[in-house]
Design a protein around this ligand. Structure first.
Ligand code: ARG
Length: 459
């Protein structure tokens, strides 16, 4: 049987394989609400411009609401023969309202229709990710505030470097996720131009009002070039790129939680609600949520690369290749939302082991820099010399199998005779973090100021 949308030119229907490779209804039905919103805006505009009658437009708009409620109620019969969501909706509209349904597609094409639907869908996702990022940032702020004074080791090369505070570490993630949030908002602002009315590629001879449809659908303006409007998928790529960077941050954090919850570190206990056990080893509590966040990130990177690859060789304007945009974006959107929610839950529930953090903060000669700084400040030693003297003291402590504060004053003076008793003040981890008062530094007072600032921004 020939196609009800373009059967006029065709003598035979498609091969089963053609139908299988061609159909997108299996996934693009997720854009049903956007498709119907777009069609309702188009119908209203067709009537306002006198292209169709008011009564036809009302029938279309009413009928489209019926179709929407059928889909939302799970009563809609999706047909693969009807290829995609656009034709499924239109065909059903014809069943319901008859002849006026055939006038809906005046001055429009599936090319501008799909670009519009997909933009609306991606825009909703940007807003959802925006909300989820803010929720995660709030959870991090709660942790940061609780532990603004807790000391822990700061690492470089995953080797103990200098003491920092728990609050400072949590706030580092707040800064990362804040940049992710600003990328999401930036993408949303840039994408918000309406493709509808670009028609197939060249515009239309009907006296349509593109400002009206753009406005009705919450866009800032109609897209200015019809060729670009139907073949632009930058907005989806920007979503995937911003999601990829955010996913990378989530993965780094997940990796830290995996390390921190290990028996060797014991920096945090993850809650039972976000952990799993082992079917054989009774003692196990595994950080599966963190591991799955770390793993799912690969799908988001993959989606970004996949869609870049789909788009990179396409001449203007629309090519069917672009139909491959949706599954990638849907999968990435589902997984970034899941990863954000799981991370938020883990962060809310996790409890820091304050004693272990503090014990670890002082290990590994973490206050060696404080000692070198003391030599510079008090003895007016050039920093390079102070570095050398401190290095000798570290070597001495290492040989004795103790930490820097465990050396005696005599030990110290055997390396440099002018070292005095008050050097021991700077070897304590709390003094160390309290001394780092430079802007952006780990001193609790500095970190508290950042917490206050972010709480106000997110309020
Ligand atoms: N299902 C198609 C897509 O997702 C809709 C647009 C089809 N347009 C066309 N001229 N075949 O891209």
């Amino acid at each position: 049987t020939s196609n009800q949308m373009w059967g006029g030119r065709f003598a035979a229907g498609p091969d089963a394989i053609m139908e299988a490779i061609n159909a997108s209804i299996g996934f693009d039905k997720r854009m049903a609400a956007q498709d119907i919103a777009g069609s309702r805006a188009h119908a209203a505009m067709l009537a306002a411009t006198g292209i169709v009658s008011d009564s036809d437009a009302s029938a279309m708009r009413e009928g489209l609401l019926t179709v929407l409620s059928e889909i939302e109620g799970g009563k809609f019969q999706f047909s693969t023969a009807l290829e995609d969501i656009h034709m499924n909706v239109e065909a059903r509209l014809k069943d319901i309202i008859g002849e006026p349904a055939g006038r809906l597609h005046t001055g429009r094409s599936r090319n501008d229709q799909v670009a519009t639907d997909f933009k609306l869908w991606v825009r909703d996702q940007l807003d959802a990710v925006d909300g989820a990022l803010q929720a995660l940032m709030r959870a991090l702020l709660v942790q940061a505030e609780a532990g603004a004074d807790w000391v822990m080791p700061g690492f470089t090369h995953l080797q103990v470097a200098q003491p920092v505070t728990w609050g400072h570490h949590m706030m580092a993630y707040v800064e990362m996720f804040a940049r992710d949030l600003s990328r999401i908002r930036d993408a949303r602002r840039r994408m918000n131009e309406c493709p509808l009315g670009a028609a197939a590629l060249a515009g239309t001879s009907f006296p349509i009002d593109r400002d009206m449809t753009a406005n009705a659908l919450g866009f800032d303006r109609p897209a200015a070039n019809s060729l670009d409007a139907v073949s632009d998928r930058d907005f989806a790529l920007e979503f995937l790129a911003a999601a990829s960077i955010c996913a990378m941050h989530l993965s780094r954090m997940a990796e830290e939680l995996v390390i921190w919850s290990s028996a060797q570190f014991r920096f945090v206990a993850l809650s039972d609600r976000f952990s799993t056990g082992s079917s054989i080893m009774p003692q196990k509590k595994n950080p599966d949520a963190a591991e799955l966040i770390r793993a799912k990130i690969g799908r988001i990177f993959g989606a970004n690369v996949a869609l870049m690859t789909v788009m990179k060789g396409l001449p203007m304007a629309y090519s069917k290749d672009m139909q491959e945009d949706k599954e990638q974006v849907f999968d990435a959107a589902d997984n970034i939302m899941l990863a954000l929610a799981a991370m938020e839950g883990m962060v809310r529930d996790m409890s820091a082991n304050v004693e272990n953090l503090e014990a670890a903060a002082g290990s590994g000669f973490s206050t060696a820099t404080d000692l070198a700084d003391w030599l510079v400040r008090v003895l007016d030693m050039p920093f390079r010399e102070a570095h050398h003297v401190t290095g000798s003291l570290v070597a001495m402590a290492e040989k004795k199998g103790c930490d820097l504060p465990d050396l005696s004053l005599e030990d110290m003076q055997s390396v440099h005779k002018n070292i005095r008793e008050d050097v021991f003040d700077v070897l304590g981890v709390h003094n160390s973090v309290a001394s780092r008062v430079s802007y952006g530094g780990t001193a609790p007072a500095r970190v508290r100021a950042q917490i206050t600032r972010w709480k106000e921004i997110l309020a």
